[in-house]
Design a binder for this molecule. Sequence first.
Ligand code: FPP
Length: 252
Amino acid sequence: MTAGSAPSASSVHQAATDGAGAIPRHVAIIMDGNGRWAEQRGLPRVAGHRAGAEAVRRSLQAAADAGVEVLTLYAFSSENWRRSDDEIADLKGLMRYYLELELERLMDEGVRLRLIGDYQAFGPLMTRQLEAAVERTSANRRLTLVVALSYGSRSELAAVAAKLASRAVTGELDPSRIDEATVEAELDTAGLPDPDLLIRTSGEVRLSNFLLWQCAYSELLFTPVLWPDFDEAAFHSAIEQYSARQRRFGGR
Ligand code: FPP
C-alpha cells in the first residue's frame, strides 16, 4: 500500500490473519501434471485427467475439513485452448460428468460454486449446466469452490481496464478516484479474499497467468507431486507449511 492510500478490503483481511499457526482462508491451486502421470503409466492423457478429477474431490473434502473458506482451482486456462480437439473434448466431458455426479455432494457439504474466466466459451450446454449449479449452490456457506475455466489473469485485468474506461467516458467514474478497491470490485474474484496460499503441483515453478493481481502477497508453494497423486496428506502438509511461515505483507 502506498503512503496515504486507503487499504483495500483484501489487505485489511491479510493484516488480520498475519502470523504463524493460521489456517489459510483462501487456497488456490494450479493443478498440474495429469499428462505426465498418465504417461508414466503408459496411459492416454485422459486417464490422467480422470485421476485429476479424483484429486479434486479429495482436495475439496480436505479443504472443507480443515476450515478453509475458499478453494480456487485452475481447471482450464485461456491458453489450454491450444491443446488438441480430442483432449479439449475429453476435459469438457469430464468436467460435465463431474459436475453432474458431484452436485449433490456439493449440496451435502455446504459448498457454494463460483466461476471465474470466460466459461461461456465452453458452449451453451455446459454454460447452462454450470450456471444452474452456481444458482443451486448459491445459499451454501461452508466453503466456496471457485473454478477457473478459460481463465487468464491478463485478459481479466484488460477487461477491468475496459470497464473502468467506459465508465470514465460516460462521466460516471472520475479517473483520479480509481484506486485498488475500484479495480478489485471489477475482477472476476470481486468480494473474495485474496489467496493466502497458492499451490502448484508437478514441480513447475511459474504462475502461468493465474490470479496475478490477487496473489500479490500470497504464500507460494511448489511441490513435485503430480496432481493426480495430490491427496489429503499432501493437502494437510501444504497447510502445515503455510502455518509455519511468517507473513509480512511488505512490513518488517
Ligand atoms: C494440468 O495437467 C491439468 C489440466 C490442464 C486440467 C485440470 C483438469 C482436471 C483436474 C480435471 C477435472 C477438473 C475439475 C474441476 C473437475 P497437464 O495436462 O498440463 O499435465 P502435464 O503438464 O503433465 O502434461
